[in-house]
Design a protein around this ligand. Structure first.
Ligand code: RET
Length: 282
């Protein structure tokens, strides 16, 4: 079969709606899949509420570092609002024909690639805020953020490959490699810095929340239609949306609430420098 035949005519894994690759037909497929569209609209609404709430929560934050954390946290729901609006419109949802070997081989599956793209902007904000809270150094901040961007971009590539089943999983493994580097910084490096900065308690809470939830994303990818196809498009999307709600809005709320009450402690934590921010023998 030629690619064009497949794109125009293949079955699609959402509510049984036949799919063309035009944006409006993708949007129509999303609209008619109640599970899928509700998973997106819930986040449009929550992101909107979060933006307003976070603007209010940060109104009196003065020290520069606390302000930086606040802006980073404000960007998370702002990016989310744009991301979910684009997903709902069909602009950032495509169809990927699954390669031979995939459980849905030959079928065209809705792929919300916009999610991976926008994680590239939102997850670095989460790491920036955590790094600033821990009072880490620039090298570690750079490492965590660039590894995280690597994770998102290779995750996008893994989800988009239609030529080879093996290479889909190859890129998934590469993405997991980047993720391991992020986890290392979060679990090993920054707790030491946070201890030295006197922000260990809130850092521990947010680290636990972040690590637990972030681990859910690759599991969901593997179980969803892009991986082993155990879960439907709608259920997988709800999974990501539910993770997003806690990993973004609840996370940012907890951090902002703490920053608003302890702006002085954030300000007096060591500034990110080229040298180790914590102890000399770290
Ligand atoms: C993918 C698939 C490939 C392997 C790995 C993944 C990890 C994704 C993560 C996403 C976190 C997203 C968040 C978004 C908030 O806006 C790309 C699913 C490791 C950890 C927190």
């Amino acid at each position: 079969m030629s690619p064009s035949t497949l794109i125009a005519g293949g079955p699609v894994v959402t509510a049984g709606v036949p799919l063309q690759t035009t944006q409006s037909t993708v949007a129509e497929a999303i609209r008619t899949d109640v599970l899928l569209s509700s998973s997106l609209w819930v986040n449009v609404a929550l992101a909107g509420v979060a933006v307003l709430l976070f603007v209010y929560m940060g109104r009196d934050v003065e020290p520069e570092r606390a302000k930086l954390i606040w802006v980073a946290m404000l960007l998370v729901p702002l990016v989310s609002l744009a991301s979910y609006t684009a997903l709902v419109s069909g602009l950032t949802v495509g169809v990927v024909q699954m390669p031979p070997g995939h459980p849905l081989a030959g079928q065209e599956v809705l792929s919300p690639w916009g999610r991976y793209l926008t994680w590239t902007f939102s997850t670095p904000m989460i790491l920036l805020a955590l790094g600033l809270l821990a009072g880490t150094n620039r090298a570690q901040l750079f490492t965590a953020i660039t590894m995280d961007i690597g994770m998102c971009v290779t995750g996008l590539a893994a989800a988009s490959i239609s030529s080879s089943y093996l290479l889909r999983w190859g890129l998934y493994v590469i993405s997991c490699g980047f993720f391991v580097a992020v986890l290392y910084v979060l679990l090993v490096e920054w707790p030491r810095d946070a201890e030295a900065a006197g922000t260990a308690e809130i850092f521990e809470t947010l680290k636990l929340l972040t690590v637990t939830l972030w681990l859910g994303y690759p599991v969901l990818w593997a179980l969803g239609p892009e991986g082993f196809a155990v879960l439907s498009v709608g259920l997988t999307s709800w999974g990501y949306s539910a993770f997003d709600i806690v990993a973004k809005y609840v996370f940012a709320f907890l951090l902002l609430r703490w920053v608003a009450a302890n702006a002085g402690a954030v300000a007096s934590a060591p500034a990110p420098t080229g040298r180790d921010a914590a102890t000399a023998d770290d």
